[in-house]
Ligand binder design. Structure first.
Ligand SMILES: Cc1cc2nc3c(=O)[nH]c(=O)nc-3n(C[C@H](O)[C@H](O)[C@H](O)COP(=O)(O)OP(=O)(O)OC[C@H]3O[C@@H](n4cnc5c(N)ncnc54)[C@H](O)[C@@H]3O)c2cc1C
Length: 279
């Protein structure tokens, strides 16, 4: 059932899906699934997969970058370990003319993730090779975004996928949405190329009209969506001439990712079950 949201178990599956999406006019970001490793060996093994991906993307001329979780690179063992692995990936990406996006995890890791990305981006050789994700459900996000823009760091804006307490995050969807629109306007009018990650048609419509009203070229930003979610919307944005990047996860460690997708939209459980019994 997970194949609706996960490209497959092997690197080859992910590359094939990425090529097919490129063929449909979409860009890709590849995510080798996994989070919270408990040993340095595991972290290094996870990084090796990304190094292999960077080589394959280059060799097959796929229009894709990589999305990486710092807990998979050993953040909870030691921030220094995660930073040095992320640095190795960014250096490899830089050598291949590619880009590393550091995903954002739960709010206990926001500050350390920002610190690592800002430090790596400040190295002259890694400028524009590493970017970050900001979540509109967090109260702190506007000031984080303002700082990131000052540094010239590329941001992916999403609503946020983790269960957070009301002390740090808006508990209600209307406030998360209002903040998403406010933050996307700040990103759109900045000189940096950013990504707006959402399947919410209201968020997308707001970004489109803001860009139109302020003379912002559609080539100045991209919409991002998850593999298997709202394919109709993905295709229609491409037809309208927008840049669209699809987040393609793959690997054997698919369970937590899959469960987050089901939790976001309980109707998915029914949808998947119906298709499962039909096939
Ligand atoms: C490219 C990308 C990268 C992301 N990276 C991160 C990250 O690093 N950190 C993080 O915390 N979160 C990340 N997320 C997840 C994000 O935070 C949200 O949890 C997720 O995108 C759902 O929010 P939404 O903006 O689509 O709006 P919602 O208000 O949740 O949904 C709007 C509409 O979108 C559709 N939809 C949304 N989710 C699903 C689904 N699972 N299945 C089917 N339809 C759905 C439904 O039609 C729904 O009504 C990422 C999302 C994307 C698209």
């Amino acid at each position: 059932m997970s194949s609706r949201f996960v490209a497959g178990m092997e690197i080859g599956d992910a590359l094939r899906v990425a090529e097919a999406l490129n063929h449909q006019g979409m860009l890709v970001t590849l995510d080798s699934l996994g989070e919270s490793v408990s040993s340095e060996v595991e972290a290094q093994r996870a990084a090796d997969i990304y190094h292999e991906l960077l080589d394959w993307i280059d060799a097959r001329k796929i229009r894709a970058n990589i999305s990486v979780k710092l807990t998979q690179m050993g953040l909870e063992i030691s921030p220094e370990l995660a930073e040095s692995i992320a640095q190795g990936l960014a250096e490899h990406a830089q050598a291949k003319g590619n880009f590393v996006r550091i995903d954002m995890e739960d709010s206990s890791l926001t500050q350390v993730t920002l610190d690592i990305v800002r430090r790596l981006h400040a190295r002259p050789e890694l400028r524009d090779t590493i970017g970050i994700v900001i979540q509109s459900y967090l109260y702190r996000s506007q000031s984080d975004i303002e700082l990131l823009i000052t540094d010239g760091i590329r941001v992916r804006l999403c609503k946020g996928a983790y269960k957070e307490p009301a002390e740090v995050a808006f508990p209600g969807k209307p406030d998360v949405d209002k903040n998403y629109i406010r933050l996307s306007e700040i990103l759109l009018k900045s000189p940096v190329y950013h990504g707006l990650a959402t399947h919410d048609e209201a968020m997308i419509a707001a970004a489109k009209s803001y860009a139109r009203e302020h003379g912002i070229d559609p080539g100045h930003f991209e919409f991002q969506m998850l593999y298997g979610v709202r394919r109709d919307l993905q295709r229609s944005l491409v037809r309208e001439g927008y840049n669209v990047r699809i987040y393609v996860p793959f690997g054997t460690d698919w369970y937590p990712y899959f469960m987050r997708r089901l939790a976001e939209r309980p109707a998915n459980v029914l949808f998947l079950a119906r298709n499962f019994f039909r096939s």
